[in-house]
Design a protein around this ligand. Structure first.
Ligand code: KG4
Ligand code: ZN
Length: 344
């Protein structure tokens, strides 16, 4: 049994997963309401709240799984990337739990967790596959040939797709988080009403011309100008059209890159993850895109798309564990670790 902890952003998460990938429990204590009034996550508030919640969330995960600490064979934890103060709560807690029992510990790259979330039961995806991860913090395409690692095919050069949804929603006066609000309102609007840019940068940061990168900051600026131009009353009247057109631009950009990845990589399996994977238009688009190419699509349940500890345990299954006491000096890392990510 693997007990995993994840505290990289504003969700306090613990999960118990069997070595075969069966999820025994997957507990998430969301801090969403705590940060809502600020219009985004406040790092210091997030770390303090993690500290208050982590023990209860861990006990809850064990209880729901029907296992005791005696049955836990390994502890896994998100090491980074994320908010450093938030990560430290999970890392310290995991180290303490593991050390108290003399258990081995596996540090996990948060993004690796997103990439392998679909390898969990009941319908695990088998490599080789390509995965699109789009959340509030990250947007990238990865190829998985072997689940212990992944190759980044392209990533956003500025804002994440979820961030584009959130910032767009803010400009339209729709509150936070903006993705679900834009998704709902778009159903009533005309997606062709406004022309927004679909930026598909050809070159990444030194990665060469064949990288499948994204950029969403120009889109957000374009909405800002459009909102100013229209004025308050027109924005009010055409809010659904603006939302639908804006969402269409994001989905077009994500799916265009996904399609290129499928074409180039020649795989027969595709998975999506991250909070934006909840978007109804994106899901629909990916469904038809994959169906047209004879590619099988994995759209894991939302609890496995958004931040959770089951995906961290999923990744840990394929990684070595540090024996006690080798992990006592282990540190959290706010930035992406180059050595845990194989470059494309
Ligand atoms: O994965 P996630 O829960 O947290 C991060 O790790 O960032 O993703 C949250 C993001 C937010 O930006 C939110 O607006 C977006 O996912 N999101 C959506 C939808 N539901 C959540 N975006 C578009 N459509 C949705 N239905
Ligand atoms: Zn995440």
């Amino acid at each position: 049994m693997i007990l995993a902890l994840e505290t990289s952003c504003d969700d306090t998460c613990a999960a118990v997963v069997a070595p075969g990938g069966e999820i025994r429990s997957n507990v998430v204590a969301s801090q969403g309401l705590l940060h809502e009034r600020y219009g985004g996550v406040v790092p210091e508030i997030a770390s303090r709240r993690h500290l208050e919640l982590i023990d209860a969330v861990t006990s809850d995960a064990l209880e729901r799984a029907g296992v005791t600490l005696d049955e836990v064979e390994r502890v896994a934890v998100t090491r980074g990337p994320g908010l450093i103060g938030a990560l430290l709560v999970g890392v310290s807690s995991a180290k303490a739990l593991a050390a108290a029992r003399g258990l081995p510990l596996t540090p996990v790259d948060h993004l690796h967790g997103h990439v392998v979330a679909s390898t969990l039961e009941p319908e695990p995806v088998e490599p080789p596959y390509v995965c699109l991860v789009a959340s509030g913090g990250h947007t990238f395409l990865a190829r998985v040939d072997e689940p212990s690692t992944y190759a980044v095919l392209g990533q956003t050069l500025d804002d994440a797709a979820g961030e584009a949804f959130d910032k767009g929603a803010r400009l339209l006066g729709l509150g936070y988080p903006g993705g679900p609000a834009i998704d709902r309102l778009s159903a009533e609007g005309d997606a062709e009403a406004f022309a927004f840019p679909r930026s598909l940068p050809a070159r990444g940061d030194g990665g060469g011309a064949d990288r499948l990168d994204f950029s969403f900051s120009g889109l957000k600026t374009s909405l800002l100008y459009r909102v100013r131009e229209l004025g308050e009353r027109e924005v009010e009247r055409r809010r659904a059209d603006l939302a639908a057109s804006y969402q269409r631009a994001i989905v077009d950009a994500l799916s265009a890159r996904a399609e290129q990845a499928l074409e180039r990589e020649g795989v027969e399996r595709f998975a999506i993850g991250g909070g934006v994977a909840a978007n109804s238009e994106l899901r629909e688009r990916m469904r038809s895109l994959c169906a047209a190419r004879g590619v099988r699509l994995w759209t894991p349940e939302l609890a496995l798309c958004t931040d959770n500890a089951a995906m961290i345990a999923a990744a840990a299954r394929f990684l070595p564990a540090l024996p006690f006491p080798d992990y006592l000096a282990l540190d959290a890392t706010a930035r992406r670790e180059p050595e845990v990510t194989a470059a494309a």
